[in-house]
Design a binder for this molecule. Structure first.
Ligand SMILES: O=C[C@H](O)COP(=O)(O)O
Length: 263
């Protein structure tokens, strides 16, 4: 089975809808200029809620080779939940992806594994592919417990989700100490945990499911380091924060397959 790499840019709370239009167009021009081949990798942007309509209009209207999605989804379907955005609303805007359980949501909004699990299920229910974010903090890494900690998050996030659904979703391993710090995990660090996640899914479900699920690495990914990360067998893409706001840089990441070190 060949897994198509997914290079997703998480814009976080950056870019208003006017800036979003400029960034999507610049990214599309840059990708075209560099001869991006969508068969080699899939490119996606996860944008603030207020940008989704603008981004959708550009991508659909100009048939740009980009997928788009959101950074969060409500655990609820509708009703008196001030500030929440539902799966139905995201689905109506044809979002393909939604990030769930990003460490910033876990840290600043107290999202537990149970909440992450509910959000992942809501995304699936509304036909949106969840990108489930997991990963350890520095203290856990220093204690050498990164694999057990991350696998516990994976098991919590996948509870009650069946094999066919797991095969279609995306897991992003993002060690918290590597996010926005410039402190990228070594390719061996990334492979250790991404490989353990795949093995865990094989044990929880079956080998075909483990072979199908896409596992990204995230944390200070740049065009300069993406090649060595992507050379690892269980790294199927990148979840990119800061570098996704720079079209040249993100285009370089999306086109990792053209980098000299990976042939
Ligand atoms: O979602 C993306 C991650 O938080 C990584 O962010 P970063 O590339 O700025 O380190």
């Amino acid at each position: 089975m060949t897994r198509k790499p997914l290079m997703a840019g998480n814009w976080k709370m950056n870019m208003d809808h006017v800036e979003a239009a400029g960034l999507v167009q610049k990214l599309a021009w840059t990708l075209k200029d560099k001869g991006y081949d969508p068969e080699q990798s899939e490119a996606a942007v996860l944008v603030p809620f207020t940008d989704i309509r603008t981004v959708q209009t550009l991508i659909e209207g100009d048939r740009l080779p980009l997928a788009y999605g959101a950074q969060d989804i409500s655990t609820q379907d509708k009703g008196a939940y001030t500030g929440e955005v539902s799966g139905a609303m995201l689905s109506k805007l044809a979002c393909k992806y939604v990030a769930v359980g990003h460490s910033e949501r876990r840290q600043y909004h107290g999202e537990t594994d149970e909440v992450v699990n509910t959000k992942a299920k809501k995304a699936i229910e509304y036909g949106i592919t969840p990108i489930i974010c997991v990963g350890e903090g520095l203290d856990i890494r220093k204690a050498g417990n990164q694999v057990t900690y991350t696998l516990d998050q994976v098991k919590g996030a996948l509870a009650g989700i069946d094999a066919a659904q797991v095969a279609d979703l995306v897991i992003a391993y993002e060690p918290v100490w590597a996010i926005g710090t410039g402190e990228v995990a070594t390719p061996e660090d990334a492979q250790e945990v991404c490989g353990a996640i795949r093995q865990c899914i094989g044990e929880l479900y079956d080998a075909p499911t483990a072979e199908a699920v896409r596992i990204q690495y995230g944390g200070s990914v740049k065009a300069a380091n993406v090649g060595e990360l992507m050379a690892k067998p269980d790294v199927d893409g990148a979840l990119v924060g800061g570098a996704s706001l720079d079209p040249e840089e993100f285009a370089g990441i999306v086109r990792f397959y053209a980098l000299p070190q990976v042939g």
